[in-house]
Each structure stands twice: as C-alpha cells, then as structure tokens.
Ligand binder design. Structure first.
Ligand code: DQA
Length: 147
C-alpha cells in the first residue's frame, strides 16, 4: 500500500469562509474527504496535516523519509517565502507535488514566485479543490514510475 503525506499550509483551515471570491466555498474537510475517497479507491494510505507553523511543516517533511512514498503539499503563503520548507524537500528523498487552489500566476506579483516549485516534482495550480485530486493522481504516477 502506498503512503502519502498531505500537508496543508497556513490559513487553509479557514477555507470555506476565507476570501471566497478567490478560494470558493469548499472547506478543508470537503477537500480531505475527497482525498480520502480517492485514496481508498487507489489503495493508498494518507496522513493529512494542516499547520500554520513553518517549523512544524519542516519537521514533518524531515521525518517523511522511509515513512511516505510521496508528499502532496499546498504550502500556502510559505510557497513564496520559505527557504526552510524548500530545503526540507530537497533534503529528503521523497517526491513532492505542489498544489494550489488558485492560479498563483494570475494573481499579485509576489505570488508568481514559488520557492518550492524548483524542488517539487511538479506543480498544479488553479483548479480549486480539483487541484488536490489531480495532485494525488500525480503523486501516485510519480510513485509508480519509480517502483
Ligand atoms: C494558495 C496560494 C497562496 O498564494 C496563498 O498564500 C494561499 C493559498 C492556493 O492554494 O491558491 O494561502 O496556496
């Protein structure tokens, strides 16, 4: 059974009421339920964590080696600022797929740069909650290609 670590970054617990013109009304619980359903169908185990804390995210990634086959991460605002999360992904030999609900390249200029993208296996952005489902498919694709 494949194991995937799903990380939701800061403020994503507020989805559903947060900037609904940008992120829609989908809640994090709905996203997680979709992911769990998809994972069950694909015989994949998920560990899902939401954290507002950069250090906690760094620690989770740092401990992923040997425990998870892939990481699915929406680093949220840390996408644009966190050298520490980027270095953690670089440090562990676990492929990461970066996802965003919104199309970060169509928004404010400071969101156009992802510090994570160069060390991720790929990025999916702009499809709302579907970005996560596509991200999970992409993570499984990467795992199977490796195996
Ligand atoms: C986001 C995009 C980021 O720029 C933003 O800081 C978020 C959410 C997204 O999923 O579209 O918090 O990662």
């Amino acid at each position: 059974m494949h194991k995937i670590l799903v990380i939701h970054g800061p403020n994503l617990n507020l989805l559903g009421s947060r900037e609904i013109d940008v992120y829609g009304t989908t809640t994090i619980e709905e996203i997680n339920a979709d992911l769990k359903r998809l994972a069950k169908a694909k015989k994949t185990r998920l560990k899902i964590v939401q954290s507002d804390h950069e250090g906690e995210i760094v620690e989770l990634i740092g401990k992923a080696k040997g425990k998870f086959d892939a990481i699915l991460i929406n680093p949220a605002a840390y996408t644009h600022t966190s050298v520490a999360i980027r270095d953690a992904i670089s440090a562990v030999d676990v492929p990461a797929v970066e996802v965003h609900l919104s199309n970060i390249y169509g928004r404010e200029e400071f969101r156009h740069t992802s510090l994570i993208a160069p060390v991720a296996r790929g990025q999916i952005a702009g499809f709302g909650k579907m970005s996560y489902a596509l991200g999970l498919e992409a993570a499984l694709h990467v795992i199977k290609k490796k195996g």
